[in-house]
Design a protein around this ligand. Structure first.
Ligand code: SF4
Length: 267
């Protein structure tokens, strides 16, 4: 099936380019209940059978009190697929919603990260695979540049603070057009999250902007992904990366946004 071939090719490219998976790894896939993470899980299970190295795949879901439908059908699906899956209600997160119903994403993510590390340790995993897609990388790049004054997106590979876990994002080159179509073909239950239906967010605005621009420029996201791997330091303003005769200084670091634009309001 062409879609599957495309998916596996793109996931394979990411794994190879960033050395994401190594012999003997036990990978815990974070399943959010959505189309992206279930696509990631299937891709890794398929690659496991074909890869020249040995690695294991298991999965988990953190309940933070935001699912809009029962999770049970998901459990049935995982059982049918014969994949080890752990579903954990994270009581501190659920308490957070009760205490601070309007809490922001930062706090929620911090709670989730702690729960994810605990679950991965319980599952004896050394790698945690997250379902962020090419769309997420592109949105993150623009969001950080436009709203936080930093030129950065998401790490394709990184480590937990104590270096207990390698965190990988194998869908970095896979767009959501692919995850949407592929997950629909799997017949996997999709459990919507309340947050995905929020309107008026920066993320939603960026998605709308992309959708409009892509009508005339269908390769916009591919170009942004290529740009993230093809940085021309000499045409940016970070003096840490400029040549000495072009204003380069390894010390002190570049000025912060508030030093450059003291009147810009915090967003
Ligand atoms: S969108 Fe919702 S679930 Fe996601 S990090 Fe923000 S608050 Fe948490």
């Amino acid at each position: 099936m062409d879609l599957e071939k495309t998916l596996l090719r793109k996931v394979g490219q990411a794994i190879e380019r960033f050395d994401m998976i190594r012999n003997g790894d036990r990978i815990a896939v974070g399943l959010s209940g959505g189309k992206d993470s279930v696509t990631l899980l299937e891709a890794l299970c398929l690659l496991q059978k074909r890869a020249p190295i040995d690695f294991e795949v298991c999965a988990f879901t953190v309940e933070q009190g935001k699912f809009l439908a029962p999770i049970a059908p998901f459990g049935e699906y995982m059982k049918e697929r014969g994949i080890e899956w752990l579903y954990v209600r994270d009581e501190p997160s659920i308490q957070l919603i009760e205490d601070q119903p309007d809490h922001g994403c930062d706090l929620c993510s911090r709670f989730r990260r702690r729960a994810v590390y605990e679950i991965a340790a319980r599952m004896n995993a050394n790698v945690i695979a997250l379902g962020h897609t090419a769309d997420d990388f592109c949105e993150s790049l623009l969001r950080n540049a436009m709203y936080t004054g930093r030129l950065s997106a998401l790490p394709a590979v990184t480590w937990s603070a104590k270096k207990d876990f390698r965190l990988i994002r194998p869908l970095v080159f896979v767009g959501e057009d692919i995850t949407r179509a592929y997950s629909a073909g799997l017949g996997a239950p999709v459990i919507p999250c309340g947050c995905s239906q929020k309107t008026g967010t920066v993320r939603r605005s960026l998605r709308d902007i992309f959708a409009e621009l892509e009508q005339d420029h269908p390769f916009l996201k591919e170009n942004l992904l290529t740009a993230m791997g093809n940085i021309d330091h000499s045409r940016l303003l970070d003096t840490r990366y400029l040549a000495d005769d072009a204003g380069g200084k390894s010390q002190p670091p570049s000025p912060s946004r508030s030093e450059l634009f003291p009147v810009v309001m915090e967003l």
